[in-house]
Design a protein around this ligand. Structure first.
Ligand SMILES: Cc1cc2nc3c(=O)[nH]c(=O)nc-3n(C[C@H](O)[C@H](O)[C@H](O)COP(=O)(O)O)c2cc1C
Length: 326
């Protein structure tokens, strides 16, 4: 059950004050979205006919259904299978498993699945047992090394990884009321940050994923409004991108965002068709992935003086090594 009151708000910032606030201000630009929405309040029998109607109306378009359940026991793993079967039978072309919503207390839901590589594998495997369509796992960015959880999902049979969901975050305390800008009875809990503020963070997560698994499929999300951001995800190796915050601000579902993305994509290809001979995404997908390297691989003013942060070994003597016992 969702909390009382607003489940999502937008933060803005302005060049005059540099404030980051949910309060509306003139000339303010979007900074981020913040939400603590737990789950859809519509049950699967509400969604099923709607998925079917969407697919009937647009049979040549791709429809991905995002699903989530608990995963603490066999009955709950059965719920993942129930949702998966219902969505694919209604016409969904793919399933996205939500291992990533950051504000669930239950240890076996949302980002708590994405923080547990055993659960990542177990749930993916359970869904793959019944899936007839591709299965994407959407991972939380809130772990030490997202490559570990992605590997677990691939071992469970995932067809693709999606990143990033929102980052754990708090709203600011209002200087006038000394209350959090969004609260219920004065209380707040950690929620999820999306939008422009997370773009560079989400790109870093995506780069570590695509570099670790260059032959796997990835869908990029986080801070995308138009091609200026989407192109970074594509050049890191993503085959698709997704939009949430910018779409919510555009008639709640983003018709103009999509139109602009398509238009800019065509213009981008036209420009590079002439200069680089690119005809489709496959001609440039992943083309900048290998430009993300270790710090020590970046050129120094005096490269000969640099030993990756360690002392340079001086003289002709070989570095000391422990004597081996014959
Ligand atoms: C109000 C709100 C609700 C969201 N609900 C879900 C959800 O149910 N499942 C999910 O996988 N991600 C959910 N997200 C996360 C977004 O899908 C997306 O991963 C994140 O906001 C980053 O993308 P963006 O910068 O385009 O917003 C939600 C985001 C917002 C703002």
């Amino acid at each position: 059950m969702n909390v009382y009151g607003a489940k999502a708000k937008f933060m803005r910032t302005s060049p005059e004050t540099a404030a980051v606030s949910m309060k509306k201000a003139p000339n303010a630009a979007l900074h981020s979205s913040w939400n603590w929405e737990l789950i859809s309040d519509k049950a699967i029998d509400w969604w099923e006919p709607r998925i079917r109607r969407i697919k009937d109306a647009y049979p040549n378009r791709v429809l991905i259904a995002s699903i989530m359940a608990g995963s603490g026991n066999d009955k709950e793993l059965g719920n993942w299978q129930l949702l998966a079967k219902a969505c694919q039978e209604a016409g969904a072309d793919g399933l996205e498993l939500n291992f990533s919503c950051p504000h669930m207390d239950r240890k076996d839901m949302g980002s708590n699945i994405g923080k547990d590589s055993v659960l990542c594998s177990t749930v993916t495997e359970a869904v793959k047992e019944v899936a007839t369509v591709p299965v994407w796992c959407k991972l939380t960015p809130a772990t030490a090394d997202i490559v570990v959880e992605a590997g677990a999902c691939f071992r469970g049979g995932a067809d693709a990884i999606v990143s990033s969901n929102t980052f754990p975050s708090l709203p600011l305390i209002d200087l006038d009321t000394l209350d959090f800008e969004i609260n219920v009875d004065g209380y707040v809990s950690s929620g999820g940050l999306g939008g422009p503020a997370i773009l560079p963070l989400a790109l870093a997560k995506m780069a570590s994923l695509t570099k670790a698994f260059p032959d796997k499929s990835f869908s990029g999300i986080g801070g995308i409004t138009d091609m200026a951001q989407a192109i970074s995800y594509f050049m890191l190796g993503c085959g698709t991108v997704q939009v949430c915050t910018a779409a919510m601000l555009d008639h709640a579902i983003g018709p103009n965002v999509i139109k602009k993305l398509n238009q800019q994509y065509r213009e981008f290809l036209e420009k590079h068709e002439a200069s680089d001979g690119w005809h489709s995404l496959e001609d440039f997908r992943g083309s900048r992935r290998d430009r993300v390297v270790l710090q020590s691989d970046i050129r120094r003013p005096n490269p000969s003086d640099y030993a990756g942060g360690y002392d340079v070994v001086e003289g002709y003597a070989a570095p000391e090594v422990a004597p081996t016992i014959a």
